[in-house]
Write a protein that binds this ligand. Structure first.
Ligand code: HEC
Ligand code: HEC
Length: 304
């Protein structure tokens, strides 16, 4: 209501609102049948059903009629205290944002010391604390589950957070950076051409002992070490600093569909660019700390 560009529309809404309440009152008053003196016959409304069933025009019972008047008085009082009339803010000063802020303030007062206690503890300690794990899990289920799954085991393109394989590093500090700042692994397209795509793909499969064609793999080795090795390292063990995955561990972020070879060739031809959103600014330090401990704990036996 406060975003009207001119005072006119606020006034217009006030006139319409008060006008219709007043009109309801007038209508009620005008349509009220006056009670007749004793013995005097009231008329019928003129409606007749089933040959002789007529509707008498008896006055409404007083309690019923007064209920209507009370709702009118109630609505006027409501509009006096609460916002509702154009941009008039109401004399009680209530706003939905104010109520929300009061609730947030109360929650912060209740939970603030608890959050602060965990924030001051190192991640492995927090991960050992049952209550902190529970709080971390609740945060995880609210903000992370959609992508990483309710069991944190991930899906195609969304890394498993419950194993000990880390694209961006599994130390508490690295996990915290992943959550706070987000991550965007960039594998550029066209890193190999022509026959080399299939050859290099088979070499990648050979690195982890997946079934592969040995002669194709041999043909792709040189290219892998020269080109792919720049990011994945010549031995294929990856580089967490740029999120280049370890290719020697049989864990495939982009899956095996329709076949592992086809999926790797698609990666080489089209590139990949997984995006992990940043949570800084959306979640405060204390919540990111609890989430870090929860995620770290998943691959460390719940911190035990
Ligand atoms: C500029 C650095 C860079 C180069 C060069 C590069 N990659 Fe990558 N690669 C990445 C990054 C980063 C990712 C992760 C992409 C993501 O997070 O979505 C990746 C992902 C992959 C994956 C997916 C792994 C999985 O678990 O599913 C494969 C396979 C792969 N690269 C193979 C190769 C091969 C083969 C070459 C050479 C032809 C190559 N890469 C060259 C950076 C690179
Ligand atoms: C919109 C989907 C999405 C949401 C929501 C999301 N993530 Fe991610 N996350 C990803 C993707 C995609 C990656 C992999 C990024 C890449 O390929 O470089 C990732 C990577 C990560 C990593 C790094 C994993 C590794 O192996 O190094 C961590 C840790 C992580 N996410 C934790 C979280 C937490 C905690 C939350 C909730 C606060 C969360 N994520 C919410 C999509 C998401």
């Amino acid at each position: 209501m406060s975003d009207f560009t001119s005072g006119f529309w606020s006034g217009w809404v006030i006139v319409l609102t008060l006008g219709s309440i007043l009109a309801c009152g007038l209508l009620l008053w005008a349509m009220t049948t006056k009670p007749k003196a004793k013995g005097e016959q009231v008329g019928t409304t003129g409606h007749v059903w089933d040959e002789d069933l007529a509707e008498w025009n008896n006055p409404l019972p007083n309690w019923w009629r007064w209920l209507f008047y009370i709702t009118i008085v109630f609505s006027l009082a409501y509009l006096w205290f609460y916002p509702g009339l154009g941009s008039f803010k109401g004399s009680a000063g209530w706003t939905s944002i104010g109520q929300y802020q009061a609730e947030v303030k109360k929650a912060n007062e209740t939970y603030g010391p608890l959050y602060q206690k965990y924030l001051d503890m190192p991640v492995p300690e927090v991960a050992k604390d049952a209550q902190a794990r529970e709080m971390g899990q609740r945060l995880y289920l609210t903000y992370c589950m959609q992508c990483h799954g309710s069991d944190a085991r991930g899906a195609r393109g969304f890394p498993n957070l419950a194993d000990n394989d880390w694209q961006w590093g599994g130390d508490p500090e690295q996990i915290k950076v992943s959550i706070a700042q987000g991550r965007n692994g960039v594998m550029p397209p066209g890193m190999a051409q022509g026959d080399q795509v299939k050859a290099v793909a088979n070499y990648v499969m050979s690195l982890s002992g997946e079934a592969h064609d040995a002669s194709l793999a041999a043909a792709g080795k040189q290219n892998f070490e020269n080109v792919c090795g720049a990011c994945h390292m010549p031995d294929g063990k990856g580089n967490p600093a740029i999120g280049a995955p370890n290719l020697t561990d049989k864990i495939w972020l982009y899956g095996r569909r329709p076949t592992l070879e086809a999926s790797i060739m698609e990666t080489i031809n089209n590139g990949r660019g997984g995006v992990m959103p940043a949570w800084e600014g959306k979640l405060d330090d204390a919540k990111i700390h609890l989430l870090t401990a929860y995620v770290w704990g998943l691959s460390h036996g719940g911190g035990k």
